[in-house]
Design a protein around this ligand. Structure first.
Ligand code: GLN
Length: 484
């Protein structure tokens, strides 16, 4: 059962080939048997899942099912889930059962999807390897000595290892796409504002966006359709109708103009990864697409601008964790200052503290103009580069990450080299554009991701571009050894 795609499972549920209770139990059994190797889950909600599955079965019998009704899935532990621990990968929230549901949580529940648990992640979504989690690192199912990517590493590993057919993630600088690439699955970051951020614990509010992890673009179209939409509780969510992403999956790619930024194919790109991407581009040419060299001249400024904007916003967002209202509280404080200092000192890990320090510095009086304001100006230049490019081309392609999955510990003590693993993904967040990673081959048995960036609200086009490729390739169907 677990080998099947979401679309196939939905058809089986409708036809009565299996029940959601059976399917959910099968996922729970696989998690129990295999997650000891991966550490992809922080919390497994077996009882609630089986109850939700029985309710989904009743709905299916009553003829009221949608494409997600009865489908088991996992939430990144950044989405608030009422009454269920929502840790954000941090000691700070280890004792926090969310008092309400995120909009994404509510929407998926209303669609009848069955949550089986919450997945491991870098602490407060800060990281590219899942090594900053309070709950320990996640292992990559393709090679358990390697990282799954981050920050949504647990969600990516869980789908890659066939523990669940679908999971959710969030992407502030690459946290859906980079782990999707390193784990050999499909991950989509929608346009900023397409998916509600209400109840999605904030890291950098102007960059964060939720999206799906699936094994195919076709499955992502189904899940995104359920996640997306205007939400009056999120003032940055966009009032715009959600398209039927499935309706356009099969559109032909004849005449599609693919932009290849020369800046994405230079120094720092692993030769094997580069060769896999070239082969994928050749496949697109055969599908009728036209390859056009373009330039995004401010690409080199994306990582530096991000590492001002994101820490600045995080230092502000994370100020709410003060040991007073919720979350971790240090024992026997001497006075209020001691309570704040020790609760934050003991509750946050090293990477989170580094970001808060950088952000607080960048926002402090006298430095604001030099750093934050300057970074916002650079951000505008990066966006303008893309807008110019989209006058010429329909989508932009390149590698999702410069290398395949690296070894656990390999970059843990070198923040700058870790930060550079998002060199291709960060610009889409700075500009607010939608982008996707799809499996596009292997180097030494480790997956490579093809990155596809689209213009604002072109999610339907991206999924179409992914689906047509997946119809003529089988990279997305490969399963890591030991998890077949
Ligand atoms: N790796 C990047 C960071 O550490 C992006 C993380 C993310 O997208 N949440 O900030």
């Amino acid at each position: 059962m677990y080998r099947k795609s979401l679309a196939e499972l939905a058809a089986d549920l409708q036809a009565g080939v299996c029940s959601s209770a059976e399917l959910t139990q099968a996922c729970l059994d696989r998690i129990a048997a295999l997650d000891g190797r991966l550490n992809a889950f922080i919390t497994v909600t077996a009882d609630a899942a089986l109850q939700a599955a029985r309710a989904a079965d009743a709905r299916i019998r009553a003829g009221q099912a949608g494409p997600l009704t009865g489908i088991p899935f996992a939430h990144k532990d950044i989405f608030c889930t009422r009454g269920v621990k929502t840790s954000c990968g941090s000691r700070m929230l280890d004792n926090f059962p969310a008092p309400y549901d995120a909009t994404v949580t509510r929407k998926l529940a209303e669609a009848g999807a069955v949550m089986v648990g919450k997945t491991n992640m870098d602490e407060f979504a800060m990281g590219s390897s899942n090594e900053t989690s309070f709950y320990g690192p996640v292992k990559n199912p393709w090679d358990e000595t390697r990282v799954p990517g981050g920050s949504s590493g647990g969600s990516a590993a869980a789908v890659a290892a066939r523990l669940v057919p679908v999971s959710t993630g969030t992407d502030t600088g690459g946290s859906i796409r980079q782990p999707a690439a390193l784990c050999g699955i499909t991950g989509l970051k929608p346009t900023y504002g397409r998916v509600s951020r209400y109840g999605m614990i904030a890291f950098a509010s102007s960059l964060d966006q939720g999206g799906p992890f699936t094994r195919s673009a076709q499955d992502a179209a189904i899940v995104l359709g359920a996640m997306a939409g205007f939400d009056e509780r999120d003032s940055t969510s966009v009032q715009r109708e959600v398209e039927d992403y499935r309706a356009t999956l099969d559109a032909p790619l004849d005449g599609l103009k693919i932009g290849l930024p020369k800046e994405y194919f230079g120094d720092g790109l692993d030769a094997g990864v580069g060769a896999a991407i070239e082969a994928a581009l050749e496949q697109y040419r055969k599908l009728g697409a036209q390859l056009v060299e373009i330039s995004l001249p401010n690409t080199h400024l994306a990582v530096p601008a991000y590492y001002v904007v994101a820490p600045a916003e995080c230092s502000s967002n994370l100020s709410r964790f003060d040991g007073v209202r919720f979350g971790y509280r240090a024992s026997s404080p001497k006075d209020l200052t001691d309570l704040y200092q020790r609760s934050r000192g003991e509750g946050f890990g090293a990477e989170v503290k580094r970001r808060i320090l950088i952000g607080t510095y960048a926002l402090s009086a006298g430095y604001y103009d030099a750093y934050y304001l300057k970074a916002q100006q650079v951000r505008r230049l990066i966006r303008d580069d893309f807008l110019r490019a989209f006058e010429q081309v329909d989508v932009i392609m390149g590698p999702t990450a410069p290398t395949t999955a690296f070894r656990l510990g390999e970059k843990a003590d070198d923040p700058v080299s870790m930060y550079l693993s998002d060199i291709y993904t960060i610009a889409a967040n700075l500009a607010g554009l939608p982008a996707m990673s799809i499996p596009a081959g292997f180097v030494n048995e480790l997956p490579v991701g093809l990155h596809v960036i689209g213009n604002y609200f072109s999610e339907g086009r991206l999924l179409n571009v992914g689906h047509r490729y997946q119809q003529v390739t089988d990279w997305h169907t490969r399963c890591p050894a030991g998890y077949e």
